[in-house]
Unconditional design. Structure first.
Length: 433
């Protein structure tokens, strides 16, 4: 490992202690390395604006930072145990190539300041991905809702057959859910879109740093003004980002549960594309819906990441090394969550309904609610209509069809009035946010 910036003369570094302090920084920081380089370029430009760097020194730093980014992307440069973290690796490389000019890159910064801005830039990208994927999932659901609006599908409450429903209603539910998930991701991105660069370890520095320039250069929407709040927001913003992701993965979990049930032999309503199933390692007669089961499990990782950060935040104000652990949480939470959401649009676009099984599952009792509501509309008190319908539930389907039940379901949003135009208008507006 290269010399540590904070190492004191005459004090040896215990390798075991240093390994504990570093944790997984070198591995995790590979995820944030390019963002740290981008922030370092903006910081260098700001240092030149206030006379810390000459124009020539700035030119050399920007050139070498670009070379380092290219070397890292191509695998020529590897962030490994030679370095304490991504920041020390950048400074070491610049010092090796540029001497004293390279050593100046850390002026007015702290390692906390560096990782805070790098992870903030990273989180903005990840929230963009959540919004984009949610929009795509909603698009597929809207298209299938329109195409299959009148396709009868048993409706369940308490996992018991309840009423006649439709594929159109099922799809519309997921469309609206993921429209909201896209909105929430965008709203959260706007919340965290604040530049912490130049706040150092939470108290600023005795230099007139050009924070307005770095805000513009890094495409932040606003300056995070207070250095103390920059520290208070660390963890708080990460939790907000994971909550936005969690809204999508929570819906994914419930959707996957539906598909788990619908693909079972007992239901048999849905056939999955073959690539979304795997063979049993011991039972040659079956295929397993492993993809949707692992999708179902994904939210647990996102929820765990949020909880991990929440437990870190039982701290007084100011910077604390505990916050280092928040990097692993966001890395694992977004890594698991986004990889699952990426698979969902194609899965939804290609699943097939088994209409014969869906129709066969309709029993007479599923029309009892229709009977009760019709009687209530004719003037019978609902409690009386309800009791009468319950007493004759086994005859409720006489003369009725799933299609007639759906056609009569005229309340806004129900099968006969899905209001897909409203959902489509909301979906269209996502592109303007």
């Amino acid at each position: 490992m290269s010399d540590l910036l904070w190492q004191k003369p005459g004090v040896s570094v215990d390798a075991r202690i240093q390994k504990f302090l570093a944790g997984d920084d070198v591995i995790l920081d590979r995820e944030f390395f390019l963002h740290d380089i981008a922030a370092s370029k903006a910081h260098a430009e700001g240092l030149q604006h206030i006379g810390i760097l000459s124009a020539d020194e700035l030119g050399g730093l920007l050139r070498e930072l670009d070379v380092l980014a290219a070397d890292f992307s191509s695998g020529v440069f590897v962030l490994d145990e030679r370095f304490e973290d991504c920041h020390s690796a950048i400074e070491s490389r610049l010092t090796e190539r540029l001497g004293d000019a390279g050593r100046k890159i850390h002026t007015g910064r702290s390692r906390n300041d560096q990782i805070l801005v790098a992870t903030r830039l990273w989180l903005k990208e990840k929230l963009d991905q959540v919004a984009t994927l949610s929009r795509e999932i909603a698009r597929v659901a809207l298209q299938r809702a329109e195409a299959e609006k009148s396709l009868p599908l048993p409706g369940y409450t308490h996992i018991q057959r309840a009423v006649v429903s439709s594929a159109g209603m099922w799809w519309a539910g997921w469309a609206e859910a993921f429209i909201d998930n896209a909105v929430r991701a965008g709203d959260t991105r706007r919340l965290i879109d604040a530049n912490p660069l130049g706040t150092a370890a939470g108290y600023g520095v005795n230099l007139p740093l050009d924070r307005e320039h770095t805000t513009q250069a890094l495409a932040f929407a606003r300056l995070q003004v207070s250095p103390i709040y920059a520290q208070l927001s660390r963890g708080k913003f990460e939790m907000a980002a994971l909550e936005a992701l969690g809204g999508a993965t929570l819906d994914l979990r419930r959707l996957a549960w539906d598909l788990s049930l619908f693909t079972s032999a007992e239901f048999g309503f849905v056939a999955l594309p073959a690539q979304y199933t795997t063979g049993s390692s011991i039972m040659p007669n079956k295929r397993n819906p492993d993809v949707i089961e692992l999708m179902r499990a994904t939210h647990a990782s996102v929820a765990a990441a949020r909880t991990e950060i929440e437990q870190l935040l039982s701290l007084p104000s100011g910077y604390h090394r505990d916050l280092q652990s928040s990097k692993g949480a966001i890395f694992h939470g977004f890594g698991r969550g986004l990889s699952a959401l990426e698979l969902l649009p194609d899965l939804l676009a290609n699943l097939e309904w088994r209409q014969d099984r869906m129709r066969a599952a309709m029993d007479s009792g599923m029309y009892a609610t229709d009977v009760a509501v019709e009687q209530a509309a004719a003037g019978v008190p609902f409690r009386d209509a309800y009791r009468a319908a319950a007493a004759s539930a086994d005859q409720a389907g006489s003369g009725r069809t799933p299609e007639s039940s759906l056609a009569a379901r005229v309340s806004p949003g129900a099968a006969a009035d899905l209001r897909l135009d409203l959902l489509h208008a909301r979906w269209e507006s996502l592109g303007q946010m």
